[in-house]
Design a protein. Structure first.
Length: 559
């Protein structure tokens, strides 16, 4: 469907600017105040609009326009949002990636997109210059910060006041590419996801519906994409001090300070932020009276954390566990009251983790587990719902207006990750689930991390939810040693501070022996600190743990 000059996301932003020009768009930490807490500065919607107009003009003058692939390597900041809206205004394609994945992986990913423009902080440009062969197609380079030993434009030198209207270019449709966003690669090679103007518009609509169509007012932002969505909804976005690749190191005192100082109404965070926040509030209670809702994502939030947040927040506050991915955000949500009303007990008996019902306009189905391609829906084996065992557990596939229908790179990702169903494209999530009689999705583990023993498959989250209830256990991770089909199940265990490893192991063995799902496990290994993903610092790196466990067992057998 073709619109006017631009797809509706930028029209929505401009409507907010017209209606609320003096409203604060972004509050951001900048230095330290006399009280030792972060000092904040602010940017209004009018100022953000003018700044992004300036960026759009200067980029257009440099040859950047509709469809131009533009790498953006900028820390969460007002500069980032000005750049993103500037690119949106001229229809350019933003290429975003997590720098924390490591230089080698990041360079391999960025080379694959053949970007024509590069906007980044000095450290990012250093890599571009040192590995210039990988960026041969870049014609426009813009530095955010101080330009060092390379040429090109400087965002600071452009100023923030436009000199005329923004070039309109060709009309943009909902099917035109808007973002190329890379997956973290935490459970396989990182993939470049195609996200269109239509996908973004649907995400905004779905987030709005998930909040009961109530304006967010003031939002605490710990994931940059959520900031884009909330700005399109007219929110005042608060950016506390954090390191994108180490969100788990975010100081909870700074989170509490931001909520209280600015009257934050809603926040999105991964378990790596929420768990330290809960622990902080238990030691240093603080009234967070403004906070209406907390949304989590990135990895399942432990049920004890959800229950704990309910205790420290207002009685009527919502704690919502969200589920999504780079390819489909959001896919489902569940509010804490429903989760704590008997569903946690089912999880502790091996049902998996309840992810709630599909989000607005998202369709969800379950297909039989296979590592092979499923080119068309006619080739898919759909499973019946309501069965929390191997007859009902399969791979979740989703379709909807917010769901990416393809990958930019590598090409084979489309073969293995998508199913054609007439005009509809189903996305294969790689997550193993079953769907109950109330249309709730129960997550049992990643397909790539399933353990296949001579006696049948074992699914990580099902097993771990049973074992995580043992006293002294912080969390567990099921891994398989050996060739799939004859794997040996091993449970890696991370202890709570002060827990006695010997006592925990004895208790764990006895507890596991009570359940059919966990009875096959005979190896329990204590690990000092589980590896986690880059983006949310919450998804357990079971692939690394499997390597560690295999070496540990070999060492033990030699003794």
């Amino acid at each position: 469907m073709t619109t006017g000059t631009h797809w509706q996301a930028i029209d929505r932003f401009r409507a907010v600017v017209r209606t609320h020009p003096t409203r604060v768009a972004v509050r951001y930490a900048d230095g330290v105040g006399p009280d030792g807490l972060p000092a904040y500065r602010q940017l209004t919607y009018r100022a953000l609009d003018a700044w992004s107009d300036t960026i759009a003009q200067r980029l257009a003058a440099s040859g950047v326009g509709a469809g131009t692939r533009t790498i953006v390597l900028v820390l969460p900041s007002p500069e980032l949002y000005a750049i993103m809206f500037g690119l949106l205004k001229i229809g350019a394609v933003a290429v975003v990636i997590d720098p924390g994945m490591g230089v080698r992986k990041m360079l391999r990913c960025l080379r694959a997109v053949d970007a024509e423009a590069f906007i980044g902080i000095p450290q990012a440009h250093t890599l571009r210059v040192l590995f210039r062969r990988g960026f041969r197609t870049v014609r426009t380079a813009v530095t955010v910060g101080k330009r060092w030993f390379w040429r090109g434009e400087s965002l600071r030198e452009w100023g923030r006041t436009p000199t005329g209207p923004v070039p309109t270019g060709r009309p943009v449709t909902e099917d035109d590419l808007l973002f190329i966003a890379f997956t973290t690669g935490s459970t396989g090679p990182a993939k470049a996801v195609r996200l269109t103007h239509g996908n973004l518009a649907a995400m905004v609509e779905q987030v709005h519906v998930a909040r009961g169509e109530v304006a967010p007012e003031v939002s605490l932002i710990t994931l940059p994409l959520v900031g884009v969505l909330d700005l399109l909804l007219g929110s005042q976005c608060v950016l506390p001090p954090l390191i994108p690749s180490k969100v788990g190191a975010t100081d909870p005192a700074h989170v509490v300070d931001a909520i209280q100082r600015f009257g934050v109404r809603t926040m999105f965070a991964s378990p790596a932020v929420l768990i330290p926040l809960l622990e902080h509030l238990r030691v240093r209670p603080a009234a967070l009276d403004s906070l209406d809702s907390v949304y989590s994502g990135g990895a399942p939030v432990p049920d004890w954390c959800i229950a704990g947040l309910r205790e420290v927040l207002r009685a009527d506050a919502k704690v919502v566990a969200g589920y999504g991915s780079t390819e489909a955000l959001p896919m489902s949500t569940i509010e804490s009251r429903e989760l704590l009303d008997g569903l946690v007990e089912r999880a502790h008996r091996g049902a998996g983790t309840c992810l709630g019902r599909p989000s607005y306009r998202v369709q969800a189905r379950v297909v039989a587990i296979t590592d092979d391609a499923i080119p068309t829906w006619a080739r898919a084996e759909e499973l019946a719902g309501g069965l929390a065992d191997t007859r009902g557990i399969g791979e979740l596939v989703v379709a909807g207006p917010n769901v990416s229908t393809g990958y930019y790179w590598p090409p084979q990702a489309n073969t293995l990750g998508k199913i054609v169903d007439g005009d509809r494209i189903w996305h294969r999530t790689g997550d193993l689930v079953w769907i109950d009689e109330h249309e709730r999705i129960w997550f049992c583990g990643r397909k790539s991390q399933r353990v296949v023993t001579p006696h049948g498959p074992m699914f990580t989250v099902q097993v771990e939810q049973i074992c995580n209830t043992v006293s002294g256990v912080a969390r567990t991770a099921l891994v398989g040693i050996g060739t799939r089909g004859s794997q040996r199940p091993v449970l890696c265990v991370e202890l709570k501070p002060g827990a006695d490893a010997g006592v925990v192991e004895v208790t764990l063995r006895a507890h596991a022996a009570r359940f059919d799902l966990t009875r096959p496990i005979t190896d329990f290994l204590v690990h000092p600190a589980f590896p986690v993903d880059i983006r949310h610092n919450a998804k357990i790196g079971r692939e690394q743990l499997a390597v560690w466990a295999a070496e540990r067992l070999r060492t033990d057998n030699r003794r």
